[in-house]
Design a protein around this ligand. Structure first.
Ligand code: SF4
Ligand code: SF4
Length: 93
């Protein structure tokens, strides 16, 4: 039986949305990597944001490739890397 996907605790720092040039299916929404729908750290179209912006829906796309735990761990790793980039940028501002 497959395990359930653990909820991911996003701090809504907006950093994912500042690097969407890395995501093939979101690239068309960006200017210099930043999503055109990002306002401050908030998504202006949150309730109708693309599926690729939604953790659970992205897992549905990759669930043949990753277990729920692997996908959760990868998400945490990616998130931590992005938050570190944000921290370094703010330190240099
Ligand atoms: S980098 Fe992490 S905390 Fe920040 S918006 Fe993305 S998932 Fe959330
Ligand atoms: S659509 Fe919203 S959630 Fe998706 S990348 Fe843009 S600002 Fe972020």
């Amino acid at each position: 039986m497959s395990e359930d996907l653990k909820p991911f605790d996003c701090e809504a720092c907006g950093e994912c949305c500042r690097h969407i040039h890395l995501v093939e299916g979101l690239k068309h929404l960006q200017t210099n990597g930043v999503c055109d729908y990002l306002e401050g750290n908030k998504c202006r179209i949150y309730s109708r944001r693309p599926e690729l912006c939604q953790y659970e829906k992205v897992f549905e796309l990759y669930k043949n490739q990753y277990t729920a735990k692997e996908f959760y761990d990868l998400t945490v790793k990616f998130c931590n890397e992005l938050k570190e980039i944000k921290r370094l940028r703010e330190e240099n501002d």
